[in-house]
Design a protein around this ligand. Structure first.
Ligand code: UD1
Length: 358
């Protein structure tokens, strides 16, 4: 029996880990253990996803909570090291690009535990983003690098990573989407809305500065004159929003709501006229679903969502948002990137089995 330990911590990790856990569960030669770092801890940022995605409850919760990058990363490392020294897993799997991912990778490599990175190779080439640093470090340390798209393979090879560690497997987030899309249902109160624009914004570059956030809100209010706007607000954004000097209350067609679970949020994406976002995963989900995505960033680590998918970057010029929404044309061609087929996790499990058991 080999032991595989998964480390998750923040909202976008959960929908990536769920299909990989299930795919490995097919084999009876593996014992699996889930560790939650506690980076995200609100019910709507964490617990609800365990229920909806049918993820087992974590055997260990490190309860690290919020803090500066250094504090959060260091606390995860200190607490995870203790768990790993007791469990002594044969493989640790980490997901995506959050602080929990890099913290776990550093611990594993220092105590020589083999490490697999799911969603390896993505690069924005923008080191001002904490996620880019997390991706670069994690990929240097990982023994198995599972990429969602072939640009990832190229980036890794350009950074000197040996080809025999790189596996192009496809997109595990899309595995979850394909599995659960028929259960996705938008909140009842929005069921009558037509042609609405769904918004999610939480990147430090957009929301930490109050002037930026005020400009975002006034441009979204402008959009709401022609299209309803639905904006589930991330806790990070909420903190700054509370200090904004713009009156965004009591505006018809402008709905600021709490974060939603996976199924309700997916329901809202499926039926939206377009999504305005700075998230990584949502660029992928809209591409698969054929929904126009307007990304409020200067770059993306997911270029395939532009070259193949429905994504476009508008930079941080917030005044472009209303104009871009107005210029949207009806959906035409709708292509899906290679291996975004619902089977990425099965490929990962097969590769792990072949390497760990043979
Ligand atoms: C993290 C990830 C980001 C990901 C995002 C998804 C890093 C560096 N960033 O950003 O890549 O897109 O998660 O949500 O790992 N907070 C709460 N409750 C929670 C979690 C956070 O109130 O459950 C608040 C806290 O005030 C905290 C702030 O949100 O300080 C930011 O949380 P943090 O985990 O540091 O980063 P995110 O912005 O969520």
């Amino acid at each position: 029996m080999k032991t595989i330990l998964h480390v998750v911590g923040a909202r976008p990790n959960f929908m990536k880990a769920a299909p990989v856990w299930d795919a490995i569960q097919r084999f009876d030669k593996f014992k699996q253990i889930l560790v939650h770092t506690g980076q995200h801890y609100d019910n709507m940022m964490s617990e609800i996803f365990f229920t909806e995605l049918n993820l087992p409850l974590p055997k260990y919760n490190l309860d690290v909570g919020s803090g500066s990058h250094a504090q959060q990363t260091a606390l995860i490392m200190t607490k995870l090291e203790k768990v790993l020294l007791v469990v002594k897993p044969d493989l640790v799997i980490v997901y995506g690009d959050v602080n929990s991912t890099v913290a776990a990778s550093l611990v594993c490599s220092k105590i020589s535990i083999p490490l697999a990175h799911v969603e390896a190779g993505l690069r924005s080439f923008d080191r001002r983003m904490p996620e880019e640093i997390n991706r670069l470090v994690t990929d240097q340390l990982a023994d198995y690098l599972f990429t969602p798209s072939e640009d990832g393979d190229l980036n890794l090879k350009n950074e000197g990573i040996k080809s025999d560690k790189i596996f192009f497997v496809g997109n595990v987030m899309i595995d979850t989407l394909i599995k659960l899309k028929t259960l996705a249902e938008m909140p009842e109160i929005f069921s009558e809305l037509n042609e609405y624009i769904l918004v999610t914004l939480h990147r430090p570059s957009n929301v930490d500065n109050i002037n930026n956030l005020e400009s975002i809100i006034s441009n979204l209010l402008e959009i709401s004159k022609t299209n309803p706007v639905v904006f589930p607000v991330h806790p990070r954004t909420k903190h700054v929003l509370q200090k904004c000097n713009i009156n965004y209350h009591n505006h018809q067609n402008f709905y600021l709501i709490d974060p939603l679970g996976y199924l309700q949020f997916l329901g809202l994406i499926k039926n939206a006229k377009a999504v305005i976002t700075d998230s990584g995963g949502i660029q992928e989900e809209t591409t698969w679903l054929g929904i126009p995505c307007i990304t409020v960033r200067e770059n993306t680590e997911r270029p395939i969502t532009i070259t193949v998918g429905t994504n476009q970057l508008i930079g941080l010029a917030y005044s472009k948002m209303p104009q871009t929404v107005n210029n949207l044309t009806k959906k035409t061609e709708h292509k899906i990137p290679p291996l975004w087929d619902g089977k990425a996790a099965d490929r990962i499990a097969d590769i792990i089995k072949n390497h760990l058991l043979d």
